[in-house]
Design a protein around this ligand. Sequence first.
Ligand SMILES: Nc1ncnc2c1ncn2[C@@H]1O[C@H](COP(=O)(O)OP(=O)(O)O)[C@@H](O)[C@H]1O
Ligand SMILES: [Mg+2]
Length: 398
Amino acid sequence: MTVAVVGGGQLARMMSQQAIALGVRLRALVEAPDAATAQVVPDVVVGAAKDEAAVREVCRGADVLTVEHEHVDDAQLTRIIGDGIAVRPGPHALRYAQDKIAMRVRLTELGVECPRWAQVRTAAELAAFGAEVGWPVVVKTPRGGYDGKGVRFAHSPDDVADWLADLERGVVTVEGLGGEGGHELLVEERVPFTRELAVLVARRPGDYHAEIRAWPVVETVQAGGICSEVIAPAPGLPPEAARHAQEMAATVARGLDVTGVLAVEMFAVEDESGVRLSVNELAMRPHNSGHWTIEGSVTSQFEQHLRAVLDLPLGDTSARQPYAVMVNLLGSELSDPLDAYPRLMAAFPDVKVHFYGKAVRPGRKLGHVTALGEDPATLRARANAAVAILRGDEEERG
Ligand SMILES: Nc1ncnc2c1ncn2[C@@H]1O[C@H](COP(=O)(O)OP(=O)(O)O)[C@@H](O)[C@H]1O
Ligand SMILES: [Mg+2]
């Protein structure tokens, strides 16, 4: 069995670990010969996701094509399906992870709870929405965004004057986006969430009733729009709210016909009257909120994604320990964080370290650590202290 994957970052790299265990061949289309995945997978094609010839090349002899990011062209994927290659998730599903306006339209049709939203092209339309729901509002480029790039909290249309000016010229372009930002803007009410949750499910191909499995609902903590920490399961979330969150994710997976792993990011507004949930965004691939599953679940998201896209029966998603905490290494003061391994491993022999083989840059996702155990507060402290060593934080050094 051979799985081809578009993208050579840490997600395809971690997928390859599970491919090795399963005896599945992984072929990757990587951006550069030294990409995170290219360092560990021998069978790579170097090229851009937009390069159709390169995508065809990576598919040659593969049973299925999958992706580790959404920045791929649907028309191109549709042509590849026409050549007889299975593409999972299919472009008809992937479009809702590529375009946040298309996603809002479809989720609203499916009756899935979302923040109040509108699609705007002008300062006047944005001002009208702000007047209706109250400022600040959250303005998003529908396409190309990730890690908080393409998301802005606006107190008036002036705060996105540059994006509105771009729109007048046709298309929003933002530094660092994974491609163009789109021909409209999505605007949402600012949800006064008490915390952010994520639900991961995996679904096999098939009809509406195809096999689907959910992992425990997790709490995600973002810093500057980037996921920094994940606690599994979300501490203190009432079981009926967790079940509702899993049902929402399953409704999305079935309604959009997603195959493979689907991550549904949610906002939770919690008070005495209960928990109100709404969907933030979708990712159709293994996701940062599921890295804890590598050690923390009977079946990791990477194994499950491979099983799902190969149309194999899905694995058990139960947790192995009461709690797992994952903390990302986002940038480092050290020129090589691996120099800190002896200190980290001596201080925290129970903590599991994952390093993606990427050069250090400020704020870049370089790796993560996971701690498993009984008490989430203790695990958070240990995992954060372990990451502080990899970051070379001053106080940790002395
Ligand atoms: N409507 C909203 N209300 C409040 N916070 C929001 C809203 N939309 C986004 N955010 C905050 O911004 C973060 C990034 O937004 P998101 O749409 O998930 O973009 P990205 O594609 O960069 O992950 C979210 O995790 C959340 O913290
Ligand atoms: Mg997000």
